[in-house]
Each structure stands twice: as C-alpha cells, then as structure tokens.
Ligand binder design. Sequence first.
Ligand code: GLN
Length: 289
Amino acid sequence: MNFKKLAALGLSAALGLSLLAGCAGSGSGGTAATPTPAPVESAPQASAPASDPGDGSFTTVTEGVLTMATNAAFPPYEYYEGDQIAGIDIELTEAIAAKLGLTAKIEDMEFDSIIPAIQQGKADLGLAGMTVTDERLEAVNFTVSYTTGVQVIIVTEDSAITSSDDLFAEGASNTIGVQRNTTGDLYTTSDLEEAGLATIDRYSRGADAVQALLTGKVDCVVIDNEPAKSFVAANEGLKILDTEYITEDYAAAMSKENEALYKAVDAALQELIADGTVKSIIDRYITAD
Ligand code: GLN
C-alpha cells in the first residue's frame, strides 16, 4: 500500500503526511486500561434460523448460522463486556442475520487472521472496523460501506513534537506503535519506515500499542479515531493530536467465492442503512463530539 493506491481510494496523500504530525516525545509510566464503553441494549436475535432463507440460493459455513470473524479489541466496534463480545459490528451482524433468517455467531481472532478465515471458508464475513483498501479487495469482496473512520495519532501529554515537520525532518527517528496489518501500519510503513525516518513497532492489539506508549517503548500510536478516544479516556496522560485526518470507509469483508451470500448480505446491509437501523446502532455507541 502506498499513497498512490490510497489516492485511488479517494484518500489524500497530502492528508497522509499531515496525519503523522507530532509523533515523538517520551512516554510516561502507567498501565493501559481496557476501555469499557457503556453497556447497550443488544439487538434482537434471529428467532427462526432457516436453512434456505431469502431466495434460497446461498449457503453459509454452518447451515442456519452467519459466522462473523472479528477482533474484539476495537471499542466501540467490538470489545468484551465481561465474557460477551459487544459493539457496533456485533449488532450489525445480528441485524443482518435476522434479516436473512440466520443466527449470528461471533468468532474472535487476531485482526490479520480475519481475511484468511474468510478465504479458507471458516467465516462467512468479517466485520472489524475494517477499512476498504485496494490490497484487501484483491483478497475479498467488500459490502457497501456502513460508516467511516479516521486515522489519528495518540501521544503522551508531555510529547514535545506537534507537527509532521518533526517527523520528516532530516535525522528524524521515532518509534511508532501500530496494530499489525491495520491501515495505521500500512500508512506509517509506506511513509516513514520506508523513508528511514521511523521504526514501526507492530502489536496484535491496539491496547498493546497504547501500553507501549504509556511505558515509553513507542513515541506515538497511529490508530482509528473511535478506539483512540476509548483508549485515551481509559488511560491518564494521553492525548490525540489535532491533525488533519485520512477518512476511511468501513465495510464487511466477504468471500469472492460465495457471490450469492455476498449479494444477500450486501442487500440486507443496504436495507439496514436505508431504514435507519445502522445509524441508530452507531448512535447508541458513538455520541457526536
Ligand atoms: N480500520 C483499520 C483497518 O482496517 C483498523 C481496524 C482494526 O484494527 N480493527 O486496518
């Protein structure tokens, strides 16, 4: 992934560079707490799973079940509430499954295992605040986008650097924490690591990257805005830089091999967008700034 490809997706190279404003400074001690968004009512479950729902032409990994792969460390899209996985993507999946007469089943895994799970026929779809990118489109289909996200930079409150110039200055050398194989990883790698201006430390969970920031192992974390807000709210001494943003489209990833299921899920999601269900789910988790 490079910025030419991002631009092809409607993302701006210029914004990408300014995204990275202010990644430096030292970390302070502390423990990264797991954010705990307010409990919300859960969406209705499908009451009557059907093996031949809708037009009867699609199949799922398990009959009567819509198996969704996610990485439940990305509040408020997916996170643990006790031993239950909750969040926007969970409720969306339940609403899609209900429309198709299926029961939703959520499988938690590493973020970069989601697309392989879909390709290997272990999951019907993946929802994980996942950004539509050219590279992922080579591996999977994406449904209509149900919302957008933006990449932001988290630093410690005492961080010295406040502009991207510092990052791109001659001799700049910062360590940036990202969640492995997320767009935050892709952007920083193509911009900074390839230019020899930064080291990218990759973590399997965003919370682990934030923990590394708190303990001074990395100088900043590049991650999506909503989990960033949760992590900053849950941990003392962190702030989100007021930078220009890259806006990304989130969508459900699905197999290229199961066109009938793709069409059914995409149509269900389009209906849920049109009738306001998607907005009402998102609004219960994300309040306007
Ligand atoms: N939106 C980012 C991506 O798709 C991060 C998603 C995530 O960490 N769950 O790469």
